[in-house]
Write a protein that binds this ligand. Structure first.
Ligand code: BES
Ligand code: ZN
Ligand code: ZN
Length: 496
C-alpha cells in the first residue's frame, strides 16, 4: 500500500498531503513548514486544534499566491504528547486512511515527521495502520454505499528525509497487516462460505506459495487416529471435519513452536442449542484457526528465521442432527483420555484437546500456543479489551504479554491453579467437559491443560477480542483479525 516518494512535499501536486504533529506543552503544534504552521497557529488560537492524539485538521491551500503548495488538500493529524509507541503510529495510520477514504482523494503523500523516536518503528506502525485501517468487506454488497466512504484512495506514498531501514519497515508492516486482513475476510465470510474444507484449501495454497508443508487429516484418518473430540463434535454436520497441519521449517537446531487454532466454522451449540438471538455471530467461532494460519502466512512471507513452526487447525461445524453428540455421551480423545460431554456447546475444548495432544506427540514442540474463541466467560471477566491468557509457563507468558502490548492487542493473565481442575471430575469418565459456571474461562483452560503434559503452553481466549474489539481507527466493526500480529511479533522477537 505504502511506497516511497522522492517528490518533495512542496512539489507534490496530488490529492492529499499529510503531516503529523505533536501536541505542544504551550502554543500551537508545529510541523516545520511555514505555511502549514501559520494555519496551525490561527486554528490553535481559535481553540479548534491542538494536536491531541486522533485530532485532525483538513484544509485547502490557496493556489493563487506564489510559493504555495501544489497539493489539493492538506491534512494534519495529531499525535498527542504521550510517549512514542508503535501503537501511536498505527492509530495515526488508521486515522489518515479513514479520513482519506472519506474525502475524494485518490492518492496521498504522508510526510514522516522529524521526531525523537525510532524511525523504523514509526514507519512500520504507519504502514500497518494504513493497511489495517483501509480494510472493508464489500464482497456481498452489490451497490456502492451512498453514505459510506468514497473509497477512491488508490495510492499512498511516504516522504522521509532519512530512509535508513524504512524500506524493510514498510514491507513488514504491510505483510503482517495484510495477513490480519485475510483473517478478517475468513471471519466475515458466512459459515456456508467458510467451511472446514476452506481452511484446508487455504493451508494448501499457503504451502504452495511459501514453501511450507501442508497435511490435511480427513475424517477417516481422524477416526483411525482416535480423535474422538473432533469426530464427535462433527457428528451433527453435513460437512466432514478436517485437521489442517502447516509446517514452516527454518533449521533443525531452532526450537519448534506449535500453534493450534480453533476452527469451529459455525457453533450452534449442538444439542445444547444456543439461544437464537446473536447466534449468527457464531460464524466467527473460527477466528483462532484464521489467526494461526494467517500468522503462518506472515511469518513465511517475511521469512522469519528464529523458530520452526507447526500450525494445526481442527476444523468442523457444531450442529444438532440425528447423529449429533448428546449430552451425557462419553468420547475418547486422542491419546486415550475419556470425556463425559455434559454440554455439547463446550465443543471448542474437545477439538482443541485432540489437536494439542496430537501436535505435541507428533512434533515434540518446545512450546505451544493455542488461540480460541473459547468461552463467553472470558467476556464477562475482561470485556472486549483484553485477550485472556492462561499458561503453565512464566517465560512464555512474559514474552506473549510483551508481544501483545507492542501489537496493540493486550493480554491479561488469569490464574490456572489445580483447584479449578477439580470442577472437571466426572462420575463415569476420566473428566467431563464443563465445570461450574463460575470461572468458566479458567475451567475451560484447565480442561486443555489436561492434554499438554509438561510442555510449556499458553492459551489465548479471544472470545472477547476476535470481534467487537476495542474501538480504534484501524479496527473495523466486526472481526478484528486479533492475534495474527501478536503471534508474528512473538516469533520475530522471541528470545531463548
Ligand atoms: N464459541 C463459544 C464461546 C463464545 C461465546 C465465543 C460467546 C464468543 C462469544 C463456546 O463454544 C461456548 O459455547 N462456550 C460455552 C461453554 C459453556 C457451555 C461451558 C459458553 O461460553 O457459554
Ligand atoms: Zn460452543
Ligand atoms: Zn465454540
Amino acid at each position: 500500500m505504502l511506497q516511497f516518494s522522492k517528490v518533495e512535499p512542496k512539489n507534490y501536486a496530488g490529492d492529499l498531503l499529510v503531516y503529523l504533529v505533536r501536541q505542544s506543552g504551550k502554543g500551537a503544534p508545529r510541523c516545520g513548514v511555514g505555511m502549514v504552521d501559520e494555519v496551525l497557529r490561527r486554528v490553535h488560537a481559535l481553540g479548534d486544534f491542538s494536536g491531541k492524539e486522533g485530532e485532525h485538521l483538513l484544509f485547502y491551500p490557496e493556489k493563487t499566491k506564489q510559493g504555495v503548495f501544489a497539493a489539493q488538500r492538506i491534512l494534519v493529524v495529531g499525535l498527542g504528547k504521550e510517549d512514542f509507541s508503535q501503537e501511536l503510529f498505527r492509530k495515526a495510520g488508521g486515522t489518515i486512511v479513514s479520513l482519506a477514504m472519506k474525502s475524494k482523494a485518490r492518492d496521498l503523500l504522508l510526510v514522516a515527521p522529524d521526531l525523537d523516536c525510532d524511525l523504523t518503528e514509526m514507519v512500520e506502525g504507519l504502514s500497518e495502520g494504513l493497511v489495517l485501517g483501509a480494510y472493508r468487506f464489500r464482497k456481498y454488497k452489490t451497490k456502492k454505499d451512498a453514505d459510506g466512504p468514497g473509497e477512491m484512495l488508490q495510492q499512498a506514498a511516504l516522504y522521509s528525509a532519512d530512509r535508513t531501514g524504512t524500506g524493510k519497515a514498510i514491507k513488514l508492516g504491510e505483510i503482517v497487516a495484510q495477513a490480519a486482513c485475510r483473517a478478517r475476510d475468513m471471519a466475515n465470510e458466512p459459515a456456508s462460505h467458510w467451511t472446514p474444507s476452506h481452511f484446508s484449501e487455504y493451508g494448501r495454497q499457503l504451502a504452495a506459495a511459501h514453501g511450507m508443508t501442508c497435511t490435511v487429516l480427513t475424517q477417516a484418518r481422524l477416526k483411525k487416529l482416535g480423535m474422538g473430540g473432533i469426530v464427535g463434535v462433527n457428528q451433527g454436520s453435513a460437512c466432514p471435519p478436517e485437521m489442517v497441519i502447516l509446517e514452516y521449517a527454518v533449521k533443525p537446531s531452532a526450537p519448534t513452536l506449535l500453534l493450534v487454532g480453533k476452527g469451529l466454522t459455525f457453533d450452534s451449540g449442538g444439542i445444547s442449542l444456543k439461544p437464537s438471538a446473536g447466534m449468527e455471530e457464531m460464524k466467527y467461532d473460527m477466528c483462532g484457526g484464521a489467526a494461526v494460519l494467517c500468522a503462518m502466512q506472515a511469518v513465511a512471507q517475511a521469512k522469519l528465521k528464529g523458530l520452526n513452526l507447526v500450525a494445526i487447525v481442527p476444523a468442523t461445524e457444531n450442529l444438532p442432527g440425528p447423529a449429533a453428540l448428546k449430552p451425557g455421551d462419553v468420547i475418547t480423545q486422542y491419546g486415550g483420555k475419556t470425556v463425559e460431554v455434559v454440554n455439547t456447546d463446550a465443543e471448542g475444548r474437545l477439538i482443541l484437546a485432540d489437536a494439542l495432544a496430537y501436535g505435541i506427540k507428533k512434533y515434540k514442540p518446545d512450546m505451544v500456543i493455542d488461540v480460541a474463541t473459547l468461552t463467553g466467560a472470558v467476556i464477562i471477566g475482561l470485556g472486549h479489551h483484553h485477550t485472556g491468557l492462561l499458561s503453565n509457563d512464566e517465560d512464555l507468558c512474559e514474552q506473549l504479554l510483551a508481544a501483545g502490548a507492542r501489537s496493540g492487542e493486550p493480554l491479561w493473565r488469569l490464574p490456572l491453579d489445580p483447584e479449578y481442575t477439580k470442577q472437571l471430575k466426572s462420575e463415569i469418565a476420566d473428566i467431563k467437559n464443563v465445570g461450574k459456571k463460575d470461572g468458566g474461562a479458567i475451567t475451560a483452560a484447565s480442561f486443555l491443560k489436561e492434554f499438554v503434559g509438561e510442555t510449556p503452553w499458553a492459551h489465548l481466549d479471544i472470545a472477547g477480542t476476535a470481534w467487537d474489539f476495542t474501538e480504534k481507527s484501524y479496527i473495523p466493526k466486526g472481526p478484528s483479525g486479533i492475534a495474527v500480529r501478536t503471534l508474528f511479533d512473538f516469533v520475530r522477537k522471541w528470545k531463548k
